[in-house]
Design a protein around this ligand. Structure first.
Ligand code: FMN
Length: 317
């Protein structure tokens, strides 16, 4: 079995090299620099089976020829919580947003917006309301993804038309889905450029304060934040295993029993992962997850989300 740290090193090296190749394909002789890594179309390829093994602990299906650079990026994902203080190359922000805007959007309503925060003080203020997550001010770019019904409100008003539909829970859900799809496209784009990211759902702990910091108008809501930057190589992050597919993938009808078996397997794997990564997580995945939903207090302030959304102008009928 390939160790996680060995794989991390290979992935980081490949990401760096991909970046160099991206900016100047003609100056790099990949065969000379990294003769042992597989190459395809001048990208350094990580073996699919190594990535599958990191993601699941075992390889339970034959990936065959189903492999592309996009899949390599997707399966290499890990959240990054330590960043180098290096600025992003010019046009990175605009490129990430172009990727985000390329995501599907319900009825093409585009009910999302994003606030790009680079100012150190503003990042520090946002870190403060998210339980002081240091990666927020460390990362050169912090993107706040909004469910945005304000723009459509104005559009309807300018046409002199009613906008009663916006008062319903459906529209809030639609806007949150739109924002999530857009953000995930940006994440994949960033990772394909060798950048690291981590979502920050803790922005929802204190939504009204986030709205004040960012000057948000009524009918906008910060669904989550996203740190973007270059990963600190001294604090590498491992690929985190996921539940075995039988726990997630149901064929024709939902199967609960298959899930229970998979969760037992996964618990063992995660217990080992927490130990290997020196993560302060007592017990296994089931215990950790159950604690996260056990009490109202465990929601870290998000138990009052409905009230906060009402304050921000959402009726949620
Ligand atoms: C919507 C959302 C909100 C998240 N919020 C936080 C957060 O506030 N802080 C944090 O450190 N990680 C956060 N994460 C990252 C998750 O903890 C992480 O994705 C998960 O543990 C799986 O690890 P991986 O992304 O490395 O595979 C969030 C992820 C998502 C999708």
């Amino acid at each position: 079995m390939v160790s996680n740290s060995y794989l991390n090193l290979r992935i980081q090296t490949a990401a760096c090299l991909n970046n160099l190749l991206y900016f100047d394909r003609h100056m790099i002789d990949t065969a000379r620099i990294l003769p042992n890594l597989e190459r395809s179309n001048s990208r350094i390829m990580i073996l699919p089976n190594e990535l599958l093994r990191s993601r699941y602990g075992t390889i339970s299906f034959d990936i065959g020829n189903c492999w592309t650079p996009s899949l390599e990026t997707l399966l290499s994902h890990r959240s990054i919580r330590a960043y180098r203080s290096v600025p992003l190359p010019p046009s990175t922000l605009e490129t990430l947003i172009a990727a985000a805007q390329s995501a599907s959007t319900s009825s093409n309503l585009q009910t999302w917006s994003v606030v790009a925060v680079e100012d150190v003080d503003r990042k520090a203020q946002l870190a403060e309301v998210t339980n002081r997550q240091a990666h927020i001010y460390q990362a050169p770019l912090f993107l706040v993804w909004l469910a945005d019904l304000a723009r459509l409100t104005r559009t309807a008003e300018q046409l002199g038309l009613p906008h009663e539909g916006l008062d319903y829970l459906e529209m809030f859900l639609m806007a949150s889905i739109d924002a999530s799809l857009a953000a995930q496209n940006a994440v994949v784009a960033a990772e394909s450029l060798g950048l690291g990211t981590v979502y920050i759902g803790a922005l929802r702990n204190r939504p009204e304060e986030v709205a004040a910091i960012l000057g948000l108008p009524p009918l906008t809501f910060a669904v989550f934040g996203l740190c973007v930057g270059y990963a600190d190589p001294d604090k590498p992050a491992a690929i985190k295993p996921r539940l075995p597919q039988p726990a997630i993938l149901h064929r024709e009808q939902y199967q609960s029993i298959e899930q229970d078996v998979s969760i037992v397997e996964y618990n063992e794997q995660m217990r080992q992962f927490y130990t290997d990564q020196k993560m302060n997580v007592p017990g296994d995945w089931a215990e950790h997850s159950a604690k996260r939903i056990a009490t109202r207090e465990a929601l870290s302030g998000r138990d009052r989300l409905r009230e906060a959304l009402h304050h921000l102008g959402f009726e949620l009928r």
